[in-house]
Design a protein around this ligand. Structure first.
Ligand code: GSH
Length: 215
C-alpha cells in the first residue's frame, strides 16, 4: 500500500492537526508526518502550495489528497477497518460521530477565547460569554459517553472521538478552566497516552511564536 503522509502545522498551536495525528498514532497506524510551521506573520505560503484549502491537516496517500481533520480520520478508518478508529457497535459509532461533528462545527466561544497553546503557563483568563456554556456541553458529552461505555476513554478504548476532543483537554488544562472531578479524570487518561506524550514533548520544544494564539 502507498504510504500515508500527514501534513500538519506547529504542534504547539495546531489543534486541527493534533486530531488526525493522535487518532492515527493512538490506533497504531504507520504514517509519515510533514510539519509546515506557521512561522510567518500571515501563516506560511508553503501550506497554500500543498493544500487545496491552504490549511492543515492534510493527508497524502500516493497521489491522492484528503483534507479536513474528520475526513482524514474517516478515510484512514476505511483503509484500516480493524484499527479501532471508531467503536464497533453501530449506535456507539453513531454517537461517536455525532459528538465528533459537534466538535468540528461548534464550541466557537471556547476555541476563540482559548486557542490551543501547549506551552502556555497554566493560568485562568477572564472568559467571555459563551465559553462556560461550551465547557458545560463538552463535560456533559464526556460524562455521557464514559458512563455508557464504562470508560476510561469516551467509547471504552481510545477512538477517533477522543482524538477529536484532544485539543480541548489541553485547553481546559492550560487555561485552568474549572471542571468537575470526572472531567479531570478523563483529562488524566488522555494525557497518559503515549501518543499524547510524544506530541506534547515535541510541542514544548518548538520555538515558533504565533502572537494571535497567545491569549
Ligand atoms: N476544519 C479544518 C480546520 C483546519 C484549520 O483551520 N487549520 C489551521 C491550523 S489549526 C490552518 O491550517 N491555518 C493555516 C492558516 O490559517 O494559514 C479541519 O478540520 O481540518
Amino acid at each position: 500500500m502507498d504510504k500515508l503522509t500527514l501534513y500538519i502545522g506547529n504542534k504547539n498551536y495546531s489543534s486541527w492537526s493534533l486530531r488526525p495525528w493522535i487518532a492515527l498514532e493512538g490506533c497504531g497506524i504507520a504514517f509519515e508526518e510533514v510539519l509546515i510551521p506557521f512561522d510567518f506573520a500571515a501563516g506560511n505560503p508553503r501550506i497554500r502550495e500543498v493544500s487545496p484549502t491552504g490549511r492543515v491537516p492534510m493527508l497524502v496517500h500516493g497521489d491522492f489528497k484528503v483534507w479536513e481533520s474528520l475526513a482524514i480520520i474517516e478515510y484512514v478508518a476505511e483503509l484500516f477497518p480493524d484499527a479501532g478508529l471508531w467503536p464497533r457497535d453501530r449506535r456507539a459509532r453513531a454517537l461517536a460521530r455525532s459528538f465528533s461533528m459537534e466538535m468540528l462545527s461548534g464550541f466557537g466561544a471556547l476555541r476563540n477565547a482559548c486557542p490551543m497553546n501547549m506551552r502556555r503557563p497554566v493560568g485562568a483568563l477572564n472568559l467571555p460569554e459563551g465559553v462556560m456554556e461550551d465547557v458545560a456541553r463538552i463535560e456533559a458529552i464526556w460524562r455521557e459517553a464514559r458512563a455508557r461505555s464504562g470508560g476510561p476513554f469516551l467509547f471504552g478504548a481510545f477512538s477517533a472521538a477522543d482524538a477529536m476532543f484532544a485539543p480541548v483537554v489541553s485547553r481546559f488544562e492550560r487555561y485552568d478552566i474549572a471542571v468537575s472531578a470526572d472531567t479531570r479524570d478523563y483529562m488524566a487518561v488522555m494525557k497518559a497516552l503515549p501518543a499524547w506524550k510524544t506530541w506534547e514533548a515535541a510541542a514544548l520544544k518548538e520555538t515558533w511564536v504565533v502572537p494571535v494564539d497567545e491569549a
